[in-house]
Ligand binder design. Sequence first.
Ligand code: HEC
Ligand code: HEC
Length: 208
Amino acid sequence: MAHDHTPMMLTLALTAVVAMGPHVARAGTSDAPEVVRSVCAGCHGADGNGGNPTSAEFPKLAGKQSAYLRKQLKDYQTGKRKSPVMAPLAAALSPEQIEAVSAHYAEQTSRPATVTQSALLATGKKVYVDGNVESGVPACAGCHLPDASGNMRYPHLAGQHAPYTYAELRKFASGERDNDRGLVMQAVAARMTDEEMKAVSEYLAGLE
Ligand code: HEC
Ligand code: HEC
């Protein structure tokens, strides 16, 4: 599904790169770095909680650890993590801007996202807290912490848009996303059923 939006997102990304020239301040948190207000906010929100409900494929960045954000931006720059939308945007960032945007979004507070399939919440919680002993899915909580707030090694996942989390789990499972150190998330996702991926994504969306 996300592929249908790619041409539109590419146009947005190119517009955003052009906007990096003469900086135009838009609405946002007043202390946000200039590049956040003029470029990133359009898709991720100035406070990292996203622009509007239709932008569910643009991940929320609020509360994600700065080390994680920095790593992702560098991986987009080198092509280690592939995204036609983020590649040109990350390429335009200086090392100082990467530090500034990572610190800014790490300091923001994540809010719960929309839960559309509440019937899946119980299954999602079970997968998150216990994993699946039969198929060998480890408990997500073991690395990402019980409240999904993460730490310096494992990213914060709480409050993320469910379509984004689900898409990333699919990409880890297929090997399309392979920038995880030691391929640890690939090993986790490869053991999950589609239902488990959907359910855990809904559960995470509802967390604070
Ligand atoms: C045109 C919309 C758009 C703009 C503008 C944009 N992004 Fe993104 N961003 C995306 C999309 C889409 C993804 C998911 C890409 C993928 O699948 O890897 C993403 C992913 C990310 C991620 C990875 C998130 C995670 O949880 O792993 C980071 C970090 C990020 N963007 C930072 C930024 C920063 C910093 C800026 C401003 C310089 C920015 N983005 C501007 C659309 C955008
Ligand atoms: C052994 C530790 C470990 C376990 C267990 C684990 N993860 Fe992860 N996870 C990671 C690491 C490390 C990353 C960061 C990968 C990177 O640097 O790109 C990650 C990244 C992710 C991401 C990408 C976040 C983003 O913003 O793009 C999602 C989604 C995710 N994990 C979901 C889960 C779920 C759901 C489970 C349980 C089924 C789980 N993880 C279990 C270590 C783990």
